[in-house]
Design a protein around this ligand. Structure first.
Ligand code: NDP
Length: 297
């Protein structure tokens, strides 16, 4: 952790801000607001922005970053930008063109982190790092066996710096977190606020995280909101956390995660909420041999 406690060092020497701005928007009518909300997020203090080819917003998100650089709010090196390689581009010869396409949409020279959106291919990603198109490389939605497979790969040049997975008090990923920590891999949490509860994307039978009575009681005690409690929980256990919002009031609220601290008892109580609830099941891939969520962790 750096002195301000707002960035952690990755295993390749780069730093990642512990709070990230999630940009995936499931509501079609809100997608056009990616430019405005990303600019706003940077204005209120977010320095880590998470997107992907799949989210179809890299043009707007890139424009937002460039406009905040142009008006002097930030320098390029102040922003940590993550993009992701989608499953249709996993053949080695498709990897660099996919990243170049993202860079073209973004109108940026490099991304800070490029991750494999879903388990598979790594060698071609190493080459993108060597070519300077991305500062760091990582993975997403890998279980520990899939991570192990990569780590044990003969001739592995760069370890993944992160594994971006669903993580929140109902699926706290404590075993995967321990595994990642023991290999100096940062766990990045998505769905940390309980996911975008959109039919077809997530299992809507699961309870609403932010209405959990334990979280609400802890929030009340600290005069904070349940959303801030679940974000703070992740940062205090060494997880980098993404918070998606397309609402300016809530974007502003989420940056307040650095203004308070949870006690050990609070942390224990939140740990006690774990119940293996996965909102994003990606059932479309369930019959694939690399479907990651059949393993315990
Ligand atoms: P989150 O769990 O971060 O957020 C869920 C919802 O919470 C948002 O839709 C938002 O709605 C609402 N919200 C935000 N702030 C607050 C607040 N302070 N109080 C109450 N509600 C709030 O969403 P995601 O599941 O999208 O995950 C975050 C990011 O992770 C994504 O945007 C994407 O960048 C990444 N991701 C990566 C995946 C992968 O496979 N690698 C899969 C899924 C997500 P509103 O906008 O109305 O504020």
């Amino acid at each position: 952790m750096d002195p301000k406690g707002q960035r952690v060092k990755l295993n390749d020497g780069h730093f990642i801000p512990v709070l990230g701005f999630g940009t995936a928007e499931s509501k079609e009518f809100l997608k056009s607001e990616a430019l405005e909300v990303t600019k706003f997020a940077i204005e209120v203090g977010f320095r880590h922005v998470d997107s992907a080819h799949l989210y179809q917003n890299e043009e707007q998100v890139g424009q937002a970053i460039r406009s905040k650089i142009a008006d002097g709010t930030v320098k390029r090196e102040d922003i940590f930008y993550t993009s992701k390689l989608w499953c249709t581009f996993l053949r080695p010869e498709l990897v660099r063109p996919a990243l170049e396409k993202s860079l073209k949409n973004l109108q940026l020279d490099y991304v800070d982190l490029y991750i494999i959106h879903f388990p598979l291919a790594m060698k071609a990603l190493e080459k993108c790092k060597d070519a300077g198109l991305t500062k760091s490389i990582g993975v997403s939605n890998f279980n520990h066996k899939q991570l192990e497979k990569i780590l044990n790969k003969p001739g592995l040049k760069y370890k993944p710096v992160c594994n971006q997975v669903e993580c929140h008090p109902y699926l706290n990923q404590s075993k995967l977190l321990d595994f990642c920590k023991s290999h100096d891999i940062v766990l990045v949490a998505y769905g940390a606020l309980g996911s975008q509860r959109i039919k077809g994307w997530v299992n809507l039978n699961h309870p609403v995280l932010l209405e959990d009575p334990v979280l609400c009681a802890i929030a009340k005690k600290h005069k904070q909101t349940p959303a801030l409690v679940v974000l703070r929980y992740q940062i205090q256990r060494g997880v980098v956390v993404l918070a998606k919002s397309y609402n300016k009031k809530r974007i502003k609220e989420n940056i307040k995660v650095f203004d308070f601290e949870l006690s050990l008892d609070d942390m224990k109580a939140i740990d006690g909420l774990n119940r293996n609830i996965r909102y994003y099941e990606f059932l479309i891939g369930v019959s694939h041999p690399e479907y990651p969520f059949s393993e315990e962790y």
